[in-house]
Design a binder for this molecule. Sequence first.
Ligand code: SF4
Ligand code: SF4
Length: 190
Amino acid sequence: MSSISHHDRQTTSLANKIQEVTGVALQNCYQCGKCAAGCPVAGDMEMPSCQVLRLLQYESPDYDRRVLESESIWLCLSCDTCHSRCPQTINTPKVMYFLREEAVRQGLAHPKSKDAQAFHKAFLGSVARHGRLHEIGMLMNYKVRTGHLFQDMTLGSKLYQKGKLELLPHGVKDKAAVKKLFKRTTGNKE
Ligand code: SF4
Ligand code: SF4
């Protein structure tokens, strides 16, 4: 990996934005690799989570773009293993989440991320509307977006029969606070 001079660094780097929006200071990562060692999908990623963080530490436009275009940020399962193992308590899943949003915002999302994007939008849309997740609403939204209309129908009806899925959403009382939170973190005016 070529080194990046001080002059190549941007003031509006992803690392800066990440710190501003999520509070995660990427410069605290000292590349011990404990996060990637426990990550269940590290083997499927073209670059594991610690390498994503390393590229962002350079604060270079080229590396920032490479991260946003990568499939790795869409493979993260938000399992939190990396975060719980990290000696510096770097919240990697939170960073991955931000990177997905940013990749979509900049039109750089990896082509294979279509289904993950649909799930991501359906999940966020449900939480933005109700203040919490409404599973059936989110699943229907996801299926319409992806065209996977009849996949998992048997499992879905079993879960419904066992009372694991609610037909109607139960929203939180303070929806205004949820809207405010979304506006602040995603720029979503919904
Ligand atoms: S475990 Fe923490 S400090 Fe170590 S490489 Fe991963 S993010 Fe960096
Ligand atoms: S949260 Fe994502 S990056 Fe971290 S261990 Fe889980 S799958 Fe890997």
